[in-house]
Design a protein around this ligand. Structure first.
Ligand code: DQQ
Length: 540
């Protein structure tokens, strides 16, 4: 058995070859979106990290540029690690990043765009004052990294966060620094926020969200109809957690809406693979966009053999979930719809118990699928507080059910990247579970039969789905691109990203099915399947 060459994606962001990890400093400037990313120019495993760089006018078609930042100073000679971009003014753009120094310390540095008239931002110069932040008393220089985009407070001072932890009790925290010029910084006497037992907080991200509009907000905006999202990447779990809360500017602290689902112990951006993510404010379309790194589920040996590792998820627009005061919604940016063609759709039909319905799709390795089902009528939904306990329960439940066990309502959903005999298939489905308070909805992404290959992480992912009053449907959007499957349930309230490596599925032989293994008949309100075009990346 062999990984098929079709593992490489057709419309996700990937370098031509080699290793990639975190997205860094995304921004929009003079008509171009810029993506920087952690990149190893010399191999398909982590190491020798530089800032890879690519530009695009639509976030889909990319031009690869030479690396923007490479290790060439004592303070970053072992690696140019993650960081963010900040506009000090419309034409004054800086990057703030972690350097791994010659003495293996983590320090923060600034690079300035040296030719602001170049829309491709090809030249950067590192400040002579670098490093501008070093770990001081009480901070371990091995836990001191990933500065955020800066924002200004009412006092006009710049603020940034740096991820850290307190060693003795594994408290994760976001150190707060202030500056009037982005060069000389002062550590505040308290962190912006901390949560016990969450371990190292990598790649913090902190941004305002509007409570009454889907529009995004620039990073310094605050006010009565504004809440804030604090996201951290938990090194121990390799998962991105967020919380919605209030940013009290006078005290300079973040107050979560609900302490039980505080950062690191509550909601996740994605219940599959998704890490070290970062947002930026897109001035061009007044929205906030989220990028996330999706690593491989196969072995290092397999990555070396194929010569590359990791993809970036399709950028997502994020905004507050109007039906849930604690959560946000995420949806693939609208530009991706330009790749849709050859639509097959069907409306209002029944899926009998036990049915497996083959759907039309010529090239089922590259699809965008939307499907919605009627919410079973006597279904009184119990809303679940998606804390860690609930998350474990969801994952265990999805694992137990798999896509084959029969329940009352479900499992029903999609088999994607399936062979005709269903020996290989990934199942994305709903399953309704009864508890003494009513029904609860689970959404699951089951990789257990995604490939005949051994040595692949085939975890069955799952989460509870908040189905709120007035919602009489259950919906899925699933984007399939060879080895990545991104699921957006209930309009983007819950997301699950999976990596899969089928051996017998290629562009001509991949199949797509709808299935219902529940006891009850299921009504499909709407189904639409689009084939997706390939994207050609250019090299500058
Ligand atoms: N990746 C970077 C670090 C960051 C980690 C190094 C997260 O700056 O903490 O490649 O994946």
């Amino acid at each position: 058995l062999q990984n098929s060459h079709t593992d490489r994606t057709a419309f996700h962001f990937q370098p031509i070859k080699n290793w990639m990890n975190d997205p860094n400093g995304p921004l929009f400037y003079k008509g171009y979106y810029h993506l920087f990313y952690q990149y190893n120019p010399y191999g398909a495993v982590w190491g020798n990290i530089v800032w890879g760089h690519a530009v695009s006018t639509d976030l889909i078609h990319w031009i690869h540029l030479p690396a923007a930042l490479v290790p060439d100073q004592w303070y970053d000679i072992k690696g140019v690690w993650s960081g963010s971009a900040t506009f000090l003014s419309k034409v004054n753009l800086v990057l703030l990043y972690t350097g791994w120094s010659n003495a293996s310390r983590q320090v923060q540095n600034v690079a300035v765009a040296t030719n602001p008239s170049d829309p491709l931002l090809r030249s950067w110069s590192k400040l002579s004052e670098n490093p501008i932040l070093v770990a001081t008393a009480g901070i371990n220089s091995s836990n001191f990294r990933d500065p955020t985009t800066g924002w200004t407070g009412s006092d006009g001072l710049w603020r940034v966060l740096v991820g850290s932890k307190i060693d003795k009790n594994e408290t994760g925290l976001a150190l707060l620094y202030k500056s009037h010029d982005f060069v000389k910084w002062q550590l505040a006497d308290h962190s912006l926020h901390s949560v016990a037992n969450t371990g190292m907080w990598e790649c913090p991200d902190f941004y305002p969200v509007s409570m009454n509009e889907k529009k995004g907000l620039d990073t310094s905006v605050n006010g009565p109809l504004v809440k804030h999202v604090l996201k951290v990447s938990l090194d121990d779990k390799k998962r991105d957690y967020y919380a919605l809360g209030t940013y009290d500017t006078s005290a300079d602290i973040f107050i979560p809406e609900n302490k039980k689902i505080d950062v690191g112990i509550g909601l996740r951006y994605d219940y599959g693979k998704y890490y070290a993510s970062k947002t930026f404010y897109d001035d061009n379309k007044q929205r906030r966009i989220l990028w996330g790194w999706i690593n491989e589920s196969d072995s290092i040996a397999a990555d070396k053999a194929k010569g590359w590792s990791s993809v970036q998820g399709i950028p997502r627009k994020v905004w507050v979930d109007e039906s849930n005061p604690h959560g946000i919604k995420q949806w693939p940016i609208e530009e991706i719809e330009k790749l849709r063609h050859a639509k097959h759709s069907k409306k209002k039909f029944w899926l009998k118990k036990g049915s497996i319905l083959k759907l039309k799709a010529k090239r089922a390795t590259q699809l965008d699928i939307e499907v919605s089902f009627d919410l079973p009528s006597h279904n009184q939904q119990e809303l679940v507080l998606n804390d860690e306990m609930a998350q474990n329960e969801a994952q265990i439940n999805c694992g137990k059910v798999g896509a084959t066990k029969q329940g009352t309502y479900g499992p029903f959903g999609l088999y994607v990247l399936a062979t005709k005999d269903l020996q290989e298939r990934t199942s994305v489905f709903f399953y309704l579970r009864h508890s003494n308070k009513g029904w609860r909805t689970l959404v699951c992404s089951d990789q257990s039969r995604s490939t005949l290959l051994p040595n692949i992480d085939k975890t069955i992912y799952g989460s509870f789905v908040p189905v709120t009053k007035g919602e009489d449907f259950l919906s899925l959007r699933v984007i399939v691109d060879h080895s990545i499957i991104e699921t957006f349930a209930q309009g983007g309230k819950v997301c699950i990203t999976s990596r899969v490596y089928p051996t017998r599925v290629n562009d001509d032989s991949a199949h797509l099915y709808l299935f219902n293994h529940g006891n009850q008949i299921v009504h499909v309100q709407m189904l639409a399947v689009w084939e997706m075009s390939n994207v050609v990346f250019d090299i500058y």
